[in-house]
Design a protein around this ligand. Structure first.
Ligand SMILES: Cc1cc2nc3c(=O)[nH]c(=O)nc-3n(C[C@H](O)[C@H](O)[C@H](O)COP(=O)(O)O)c2cc1C
Length: 331
């Protein structure tokens, strides 16, 4: 009998989406993801870290799948303090965010704002490895302004014992527009001495297959927006497009689990409604008549109204039952 090798698929950090409520609900209803990198927490001045700052990372809420906490920081002392606190909570690997593209963050020389400054990254890594004995990985873009920035960054990354480097091959200023730069990714993959994870625009099994055959030495594959739009995506990748059961029923149960989880987490129904409306911007990308559905959902002015709209949406999804995506040809 042929053995099926599981692809190492990782849930991307998506702040405002892939928090513990999402990670646990996802794990209850879907398969195919082996671990998650959590959305970033910022480092803080001083040595006292309030438990509320790390609420999303409380060990009790993070037993469903292995989770790697992520830190946004440009201060080694603060980073070390927070990373050691997370290791004390039981986390093995900590990820450093060098990718956040938002100008508010980048202008303060954090996230992708650090990428044009390899000397600062070098100093940060040097000092961090003196005070942090856990496992450290990096999530990066190609550069802030240009992929050429990697020329200086690769030797810096290679000087330190990083657990792995996750690469989203866009520049910071690209934000989420334009194409991923696969030529630049190939160069990084060849020259980095660490395991490399690919991340960016894996939205369907065919794209995954294309990337996997182009980059056979990649150690893992990170899925973000594609998984939000279609939470069946990891299963489709793992099983070459075949799905078991009614997509609508499984999706509806997952959705209801999210609503229940956020109702427990947030203090009022307005916050739950806002959060769920955010999700539907992605969900509707994979729904027939997605634009009309989004219009109705946006209009919902209470959680009860929202539930009615959503119930009608699920009722009308008979065309969404178990579609079989074409299985890409073996090359
Ligand atoms: C709403 C949103 C929030 C994000 N939050 C984070 C974050 O907290 N940390 C991080 O490293 N990347 C974050 N990202 C970037 C994603 O992890 C990922 O690198 C990017 O979306 C590309 O992958 P994808 O095409 O599979 O979505 C975020 C992206 C989006 C759209």
């Amino acid at each position: 009998m042929a053995t099926v090798t599981m692809k190492h698929l990782i849930l991307a950090p998506l702040r405002g989406f892939t928090d513990a409520v999402f990670r646990n609900a996802f794990h209850r209803h879907f398969q195919g993801i082996e671990e998650a990198v959590a959305p970033f927490v910022t480092s803080i001045k001083g040595r006292r870290i309030k438990p509320s700052h790390l609420k999303d990372l409380s060990p009790a809420d993070n037993r469903a799948m292995p989770v790697v906490p992520q830190i946004l920081s440009n201060r080694p002392d603060e980073f070390i303090c927070l990373a050691n606190t997370l290791v004390d909570l039981g986390y093995r690997e900590i990820n450093w965010n060098l990718g956040c593209p938002f100008p508010m963050v980048a202008k303060k020389m954090r996230g992708s704002g650090l990428l044009p400054h390899p000397e600062l990254i070098d100093r940060m890594l040097d000092q961090t490895f003196r005070g942090f004995s856990g496992s450290l990985s990096i999530k990066t873009r190609l550069g802030r302004f240009s992929a050429d920035e990697m020329e200086q960054l690769i030797p810096v990354f290679n000087r330190y014992p990083l657990a792995r480097v996750i690469v989203h091959p866009r520049t910071g200023v690209q934000m989420y527009t334009g194409n991923v730069d696969l030529k630049a990714f190939q160069v990084i993959l060849t020259r980095l001495s660490h395991p490399v994870v690919y991340n960016g625009d894996i939205n369907d099994p065919a794209t995954f297959k294309f990337l996997e055959s182009g980059f056979p030495t990649v150690s893992g594959w990170m899925l973000g927006r594609g998984l939000l739009a279609n939470p069946f995506l990891p299963e489709m990748i793992q099983s070459q497009g075949r799905l078991i059961g009614s997509r609508t029923t499984r999706f509806e149960r997952f959705h209801d689990d999210l609503v229940a989880g956020y109702s427990r987490l947030f203090s009022g129904p307005g916050h739950v409604l806002d959060r769920m409306k955010g999700f539907w911007r992605y969900f509707t990308a994979d729904f027939p008549e997605g634009r009309q559905i989004m219009k109705q959902i946006r209009k919902a002015d209470s959680l009860d109204h929202y539930r009615q709209v959503v119930a009608a949406v699920f009722d009308g999804q008979d065309r969404w039952e178990c579609p079989q995506l074409p299985v890409p040809e073996e090359r």
